[in-house]
Design a protein around this ligand. Structure first.
Ligand SMILES: O=C(O)CCC(=O)C(=O)O
Ligand SMILES: [Fe+2]
Length: 308
């Protein structure tokens, strides 16, 4: 049996759905090339009705580059450090209140590892334990987001950089369009933050990134972890960064409600992703690979260069 490929949605500028892919198919170098081209051209690939298990998740991920162990070692899977686990469990969750609803495991729009100078090129995500509702993973296309900017904003952001830093939600100013009340943060984050000054100094990334294979410009901005515009400083950069955050929040998105029968690949240099909160009495467990890469444009800052 062969696999099939179709657009993820007729309304979206990105994404493919691939059905029926198995480990037998991916021994063929032509198939591997084809999959790499979807990753570059389409940004997101949802794999359905095929082989879905951790071994295949790892094998498939390695088509797109060597894997790396996530620098937040607190979330590596015991015995399999090429996978990370993302938990939302009622006893140890990040819990927030948004629009009157309290839930766990919320993640604002972000690019993975943007608080690092090196940003991984992608990942493949799989649900181990989905929830009855909530826990919806969203994706936004930043090539399309760049194209939808006004000419004035395009000119304004050229050459500018954003400063990012890992931290708890209550240190973040650009989490969501609606106010977020933080109820609790997970224990692993507190542990990671103990070594923040040593392992995670603030970093700067340019606002415009050009996809090397296609020359397409991307609005290289992640609301989560963003602090201010480097060239404008923490005071004056606020209005511009707020405008970019609002632009991202209003962008067309793909929303994925999980079962255990899918895996999703994305290009982390292009896409933003997010997760909606889950009910507090339900556990959600996801596992992800981290595809190594470095676009070479991130820069570590000295702590005193970056106001907290
Ligand atoms: O749990 C999810 O749906 C996505 C989590 C996430 O941000 C990631 O895997 O990088
Ligand atoms: Fe993520």
């Amino acid at each position: 049996m062969s696999f099939t490929v179709e657009p993820l949605s007729p309304e979206l500028t990105f994404g493919k759905t691939i059905r029926g892919l198995t480990s037998r198919h991916i021994v063929d170098e032509l198939v591997r090339e084809e999959l790499r081209s979807y990753w570059v051209q389409d940004g997101v690939v949802v794999f359905r009705d095929g082989e879905i298990n951790p071994t295949f998740q790892l094998e498939l991920s390695r088509i797109f580059g060597p894997l790396e162990q996530h620098p937040v070692k607190e979330i590596q899977v015991d015995g399999n450090p090429d996978l990370i686990v993302l938990y939302s469990d009622p006893k140890n969750a990040s819990i927030v209140e948004i629009e009157g609803e309290v839930g766990g495991g919320f993640l604002p729009w972000h690019c993975d590892l943007v608080y690092n100078d090196r940003i991984n090129h992608g990942g493949i995500l799989r649900a181990i334990k989905p929830t009855s509702h909530g826990g919806v993973t969203g994706f936004i296309d930043r090539i399309d987001a760049y194209q939808r900017l006004s000419d004035e904003l395009k000119a304004r952001i050229e050459g500018l950089h954003v400063v990012y830093r890992i931290g708890p939600f209550d240190e973040m100013d650009y989490l969501s369009r609606s106010p977020v009340r933080v109820v609790s943060q997970p224990a692993w984050l507190a542990k990671t933050l103990e070594r923040r000054d040593v392992d995670f100094p603030p970093v700067a990334h340019p606002l415009v990134f050009v996809q090397p294979e296609t020359g397409r410009k991307s609005l290289n901005y992640s609301p989560y972890f963003s602090k201010y515009i480097e060239e404008l400083g923490p005071e004056d950069g606020h209005a511009l960064i707020q405008a970019l955050s609002d632009h991202m929040n209003a962008s067309p998105a793909y929303h994925h409600s999980w079962t255990t029968d899918e895996m999703i690949l994305w290009d982390n240099w292009r896409m933003l992703h997010s997760v909606t909160p889950v009910p507090l009495d339900e556990e959600r467990i996801m596992q992800r690979t981290t595809i190594r890469g470095d676009y070479g444009l991130g820069r570590k800052l000295k702590i005193r260069e970056a106001a907290e």
